[in-house]
Design a protein around this ligand. Structure first.
Ligand SMILES: [Zn+2]
Ligand SMILES: [Zn+2]
Length: 169
């Protein structure tokens, strides 16, 4: 959604709306419409944007490969400054650990980029269907959440198991 800076009133602009995940190119892992609740305050040239989003992600468990859904609800608070004339946006990209400052160009601000970034940052690196997920047996491929297998209690890694089989012969 494009926000015209001149449309932001002195007391700030409160936006609350739902948007299709395709709008942010995240439809491959977001199920339903994304709920956005944000407040934009303009002070001179600076924009102070905070708010929260809610989205339902479709993830694959990193241990057992089951597809499951998880709801994320990140809060954000970001400041934006006008992009200095003649500079490149990429050059101004701030490293991790710096204050969250972004840049906008011209007299409009596109809130979609911010929303997309927040969703991407909230995607779990190693999604788990449950904290106690037992995963898949590396030897026989049995999903251990459904049934135990007979490959032994200790976690044997596949290479070691192959070696063990060789020694048996
Ligand atoms: Zn799992
Ligand atoms: Zn097994």
């Amino acid at each position: 959604m494009l926000v015209k800076l001149k449309d932001i009133p002195e007391e700030g602009l409160h936006l609350r709306y739902k948007e299709n995940p395709e709008q942010f190119s995240v439809s491959e892992y977001v199920n339903k419409d994304i709920e956005i609740d944000t407040h934009i305050i303009k002070s001179a040239d600076a924009l102070f944007i905070n708010g929260s989003i809610e989205a339902e992600l479709r993830m694959e468990c990193s241990r057992c490969l089951k597809v499951f859904t998880v709801t994320i609800n990140p809060n954000f608070s970001v400041n934006y400054m006008p992009l200095p004339k003649g500079s490149d946006e990429d050059e101004l990209e701030l490293g991790k650990g710096d204050m969250e400052i972004g840049f906008y160009k011209g007299d409009t601000f596109d809130i979609d980029d911010l929303i997309k970034e927040q969703i991407v940052l909230s995607i779990p690196m190693q999604p788990l269907c449950s904290l106690s997920c037992k995963g898949i047996c590396p030897v026989c491929g049995q999903n251990l959440n459904i049934k135990e297998c007979n490959c032994g209690q200790e976690n044997i890694n596949p290479q070691f198991a192959a070696l063990k089989n060789l020694l048996k012969k």
